[in-house]
Structure formats: structure tokens, C-alpha cells
Design a protein around this ligand. Structure first.
Ligand SMILES: [Zn+2]
Length: 305
């Protein structure tokens, strides 16, 4: 309990939400799920502002190097010599990401909270300015996580090697979402029920928009009944149906486990299930915005490096 308190103080002190703390730290710490996944900088408080800071820093570095106007950028200019234009842009964007996040209190606190709970983490670069960080308990899931991340790297390398000028952008942004075996393994570790993962994979493969399907189902269910807030048991997860029994079980298991360590955490978890339902109802537009932002921010790249 002392560890949880310390971790919660760190998160709250940095403006990280209790929802984020519960889903990504406490549920993993209590063994309700083996793994959690946080997208950075988007999920930090003020994530969009952090994203803009990264963009400004990147553009400034690029301009100074290209115009050769800054002595302070001489080191960068030397390090990026011999790189193609795209490689240089990706290098500078990655550098801007790391410099900006190092100075971000919430970013540092997230990892301090993980350390207070003796949790392991593994960052994964989705794009030079976007990382996904996996959190797991140090003693068990680390090996599985390492194998999973290795698979993810391979899938992305193969997708980029196959890419042509006609390959749609979204396929290169998240090629692993079209690999059923990878998605099943990841889903299992994240605590997602098999039926929901199967639906998700089938829809992604056939080009259907899962977010839109979930919003449609939920809109109908809120009018006619037939949904449970517990089915939406963590962010990023879409149940196969708004009343999927396996997903409801996961949510209820989480509520009971949280209640056993702290009634306040269980109450907050229950409250945020309704907030999650609101997110699913408006979700499709947000996903479209996110992809649009990605396309604007990132230089068009012919390869991941
Ligand atoms: Zn299901």
C-alpha cells in the first residue's frame, strides 16, 4: 500500500490523471493485466502542447542547420553530415522529442512512479516524435514483452521494405495492426478478451473502422440498453460488443481488485468508465485528427530510418 501511495503522489503531483495511474500502473501492479501501454507525448497532460513544442524545436534546428546560421548547432550539423535529407529530418525530430520530454515533469514522474512500484518498462519508437511505452511487472512479463517488441520491429521493417509510393500512410504508421498473431499476443498481455481481439483483427484486416463500429454499437446500446460500463475496462480497448461478457468480467475483476487495496481507487475507476464511454462515442473524429496531425508533423519518409 505504501508503494501505491508513493506512486500515486508522484502521478498526481505531475498532473497525471488517476485514470491513467489506475489503468497503466495499479492494474498491472495488482496483476489484473500483465501489461499496459502509454502513448507519448499524447497521453501526458498537455500532450498536444508538448507535441507542438517538439515540432517548433525540430523546425528551428532544421532551419539553423540548413541556413548554417547557428554556431550552437555546429555539433548537430557535423553529426548529421552524410545523412540523406529524410534521415536528417528524422534524426532532428527524434532529438527534439527526447530533449522536450526530458524537461517535462509529467514524463519524469511517470517513470518514477513505475520505479516506486518496481515495474519494468520498455519504450518503442512508433515515429521519431511518438513513443509507446510498455509497462509490466518486473518479475514476470518482461521476457514475453521483449519477444513481442522484437516481433514488432520485424513487422515494421518488413512493411517498410514492401512499401511503394501507393502504400497508404495508415498502413505504414501501424503495420502491426494487420498482423493477427502479433495482435493476439499483445491483446493477451494487455488483458483483452480473445473474442474482442478477434473482432478487432478481422475488422482491421478488412479495412473496417473499429472506432466507428464501436461508436455505432454504443450509440444504439445507450438508446436501447444492452451495454455495461465495465466492458470498456481500459482506454484503447474496444469490446466486440458493448455488453461483451468477457470484457465485463475484466472490468468487474479490476473494480474488485482495486476495492481490496483502496476504496477511493475503485470509486475513481467506476467514475472514469463513464468518461471512457463518452470517449468511445466521439472517438472516430479524434482518431482521424490524430492521423492528420501525424501526417502534418512527420516528414514523408521512404524508410523508417
Ligand atoms: Zn468480446
Amino acid at each position: 500500500m505504501e508503494r501505491l501511495k508513493r506512486a500515486q503522489e508522484l502521478c498526481r503531483g505531475a498532473g497525471l490523471t488517476d485514470e491513467m495511474f489506475i489503468e497503466n500502473m495499479v492494474m498491472v501492479y495488482l496483476g489484473v493485466r500483465s501489461l499496459s501501454l502509454v502513448s507519448l507525448p499524447a497521453e501526458l497532460p498537455g500532450g498536444d502542447i508538448i507535441g507542438r513544442k517538439i515540432d517548433i524545436m525540430y523546425r528551428e534546428s532544421l532551419r539553423k542547420i540548413e541556413e548554417r546560421t547557428s554556431l550552437s548547432k555546429v555539433g548537430l550539423a557535423i553529426r548529421t553530415m552524410g545523412m540523406s535529407s529524410i534521415q536528417r529530418k528524422r534524426f532532428l525530430l527524434r532529438q527534439a522529442y527526447h530533449e522536450t520530454l526530458r524537461e517535462t515533469h509529467a514524463y519524469r514522474s511517470l517513470f518514477e512512479a513505475a520505479a516506486a512500484l518496481d515495474m519494468s518498462y520498455l519504450p518503442f519508437e512508433v515515429r521519431p516524435s511518438i513513443q509507446e511505452v510498455y509497462f509490466c511487472r518486473a518479475q514476470d512479463s518482461r521476457e514475453q514483452l521483449l519477444r513481442l517488441v522484437q516481433s514488432r520491429v520485424m513487422i515494421r521493417q518488413e512493411a517498410w521494405a514492401r512499401a511503394t509510393a501507393d502504400t497508404p500512410y495508415w498502413l505504414l504508421a501501424y503495420p502491426e495492426e494487420h498482423e493477427p498473431d502479433f495482435m493476439r499476443r499483445l491483446g493477451k498481455l494487455l488483458g483483452y478478451p480473445d473474442c474482442c481481439v478477434s473482432s478487432y483483427v478481422k475488422e482491421r484486416l478488412s479495412g473496417k473502422n473499429v472506432e466507428r463500429r464501436a461508436a455505432r454499437q454504443l450509440t444504439l446500446a445507450t438508446k436501447e440498453g444492452g451495454f455495461s460500463p465495465w466492458a470498456f475496462f481500459v482506454k484503447h480497448f474496444f469490446p466486440c460488443r458493448p455488453d461483451c461478457a468477457a470484457a465485463v468480467r475484466q472490468g468487474e475483476t479490476a473494480r474488485v481488485a482495486l476495492g481490496m487495496v483502496c476504496s477511493g481507487l475503485a470509486e475513481e475507476y467506476a467514475r472514469t468508465r463513464y468518461a471512457r464511454i463518452g470517449q468511445v462515442l466521439v472517438g472516430p473524429d479524434e482518431v482521424a485528427d490524430h492521423l492528420r496531425n501525424l501526417q502534418q508533423l512527420e516528414p514523408p519518409a521512404a524508410s523508417p530510418e
